[in-house]
Design a protein around this ligand. Structure first.
Ligand code: SAM
Length: 282
């Protein structure tokens, strides 16, 4: 294997790595916040890499973007105001805007360069950016939430990089408390929570911090994501209200196209693996 023909993300702690065969590196820059690279791959379309970690590929981003948005939006009784913290590639934003109930969707990414590159290399993810309900802000999501008024949002989707650098504070008790304070009565956060095979300590810390500050209902969802470490990813919903049911009829009759998400996938993603139940007493 000629290393110059492959992009590889190593996960030293797990003793594993994931590679994609590349045609060429099409862009590289150091933004104010992080190191950004775009590759044209042989079989996965374009690939965005931030600080050496795979973020988005043309071929498989639908798993992540659909599962970060539709389960939460079909669990909340009437989601009108949605914030996406991070998510600069705009894929989650475009899924959120598919819901007719949504009146306002604000994407708050610290790094404008991620969105500018997505507009060039992932235009299909940015097609809804001019929707009149969409707003793009380029500031720190931690500050945005801290400064927000009570009852100003129904769902906060935390579509961030891994918990290092500017994203570290997005996994903290202080951040969850600020989210709790600005969410409406049935409000919820959904946050990407890494791999349950590799990152159980992190997931445990997240769930603990979320419940300590007052989110009494937690639900971790599982889905495939082959470009992320271990190929098996998760999102954790923390809610002020019960999470045992969702708007199943609405999901079954969804008025938009998806590639992965449907009502059966939603139900399946709620099933909790045995080791996970044992770890968290579920
Ligand atoms: N799907 C990806 C994953 O799980 O690896 C995440 C993709 S998205 C591109 C991650 C975004 O989080 C980046 O654009 C980065 O700029 C943003 N981000 C990191 N820390 C942030 C912060 N404190 N506030 C707002 N956005 C942040």
């Amino acid at each position: 294997m000629n290393p110059s023909e492959w992009f590889t993300e190593q996960v030293p702690a797990a003793g594993s790595a994931f590679s994609l065969k590349i045609k060429q590196k099409v862009h590289e820059e150091q933004s104010e916040f992080q190191h950004l690279e775009i590759y044209e791959t042989e079989t996965f379309g374009n690939l965005m890499v931030i600080d050496g970690c795979t973020m988005v590929s043309t071929r498989d981003n639908f798993f992540y973007h659909e599962m970060m948005s539709h389960p939460a939006l079909y669990t909340h009784p009437d989601p009108k105001r949605v914030w996406i913290i991070g998510g600069g590639d705009c894929g989650t934003l475009s899924e959120v805007l598919k819901h007719p109930s949504v009146e306002q969707a604000v994407q708050i990414d610290i790094d404008e360069r991620v969105t500018r590159l997505a507009e060039i290399y992932f235009p299909e993810l940015c097609e809804s950016n001019n929707d009149p309900r969409a707003e793009l802000k380029f500031i720190d999501g931690i500050k945005w939430v801290k400064d927000a008024a009570p009852d100003s949002v129904d769902i906060i989707i935390v579509d961030s990089t891994d918990p290092v650098g500017p994203a570290l504070g997005l996994f903290s008790e202080d951040f969850y408390r600020d989210c709790f304070n600005c969410l409406s009565e049935n409000g919820m956060i959904v946050q990407q929570s890494e791999s349950a095979l590799y990152n159980m300590t992190l997931i445990g810390e997240m769930r603990n911090a979320m419940s300590v500050i007052g989110f009494n209902h937690l639900q971790t969802l599982f889905f495939p994501q082959c470009i992320y470490p271990s190929g098996w990813w998760s999102a954790t919903i923390a809610s002020k209200a019960d999470l045992t049911t969702f708007r199943e009829q609405d999901s079954a009759n969804k008025p938009f196209e998806t590639v992965y998400y449907n009502v059966d996938i939603h139900k399946a993603s709620l099933a909790q693996p045995e080791f996970f139940k044992n770890a968290f007493g579920l």
